[in-house]
Ligand binder design. Sequence first.
Ligand SMILES: [Zn+2]
Ligand SMILES: [Zn+2]
Length: 232
Amino acid sequence: MTKTVIQINAGNFTNVFLIRGHAGCALVDTGNPGKADHILERLAECGVAPGDIRLILITHGHVDHFGSAAELRERTGAPVAIHALDAEAVRQGKHLPESLKPTHWIVALAMRIPGITGPDCAPAFEPDIVFEEKWRLDEYGIAGQVLPTPGHTPGSVSVLLDSGEAIMGDVVMGDFLRLLRRPGPPIVAWDLEQNRESACRLLALSPRIVYVGHGGPFEDLSGLSKGCKEIM
Ligand SMILES: [Zn+2]
Ligand SMILES: [Zn+2]
C-alpha cells in the first residue's frame, strides 16, 4: 500500500513530511536553513519532482520548521502557508521569543549552552497563504484538513488526513529524555496549558498514527489519548 505520509529526516533530529494525496503532493515543514537540497533529494527518491509539490505548509513559526521554506518555494513554485499568528516569525526570519519558554528546568538549563537550540534565524519571506481558521486541502489534491492547535506557539497547526494520519508539528514531541522514542510535551512552549488542550482535542479525533517534528511517528496512542492530561 502506498503511504500517504512520508517522513523525511531533515537533520538535527528534525522531520519534514511529504503528503502524497490522490491528486497532488504537499510538503509539511522545511527543516532548518540550508536543507532544501537534502529535502529535494529525498523527494526525488520517492519519485516526486519539485513541480509536483503544490503546497508548502508550515506547522509553526520556529526556524527548524520554516528555515528552508523560502528556498523550497523558489525551487518548487509552491505557495507557502502559515497561520496568521505565526506569520510574523517568517516575515522576520526568526523565532518569536515569547514562544520559546522552556517547559522543564533541564531544558532551561540546557538552553544556556550557546548554539544548542540550533540556528535562530533563517531567510525571511512573505508567506503566500495566511489563514486563521481550519481549512481543507482538497484543492491541492489531498483529502484532509489543517487544524489550528495553538499552544506550542500561538499559530501552531496540525494536519489530519481523512485516512487517519496526523502531523502535529511540535504539539507532541518525541521525549528527549527517552531518546525521542516516546511521545511527550514540547520542550518549549508559548502556553503549555493551551498546548495540552490542543493535543487532547486533536487526539479525540482518533488519528491512527501521529507524525511529529522531532522523533516519532507514534502508532500506539492509547496511553497518549486516554491519559493525555497526565502525559502532556
Ligand atoms: Zn517548535
Ligand atoms: Zn521543532
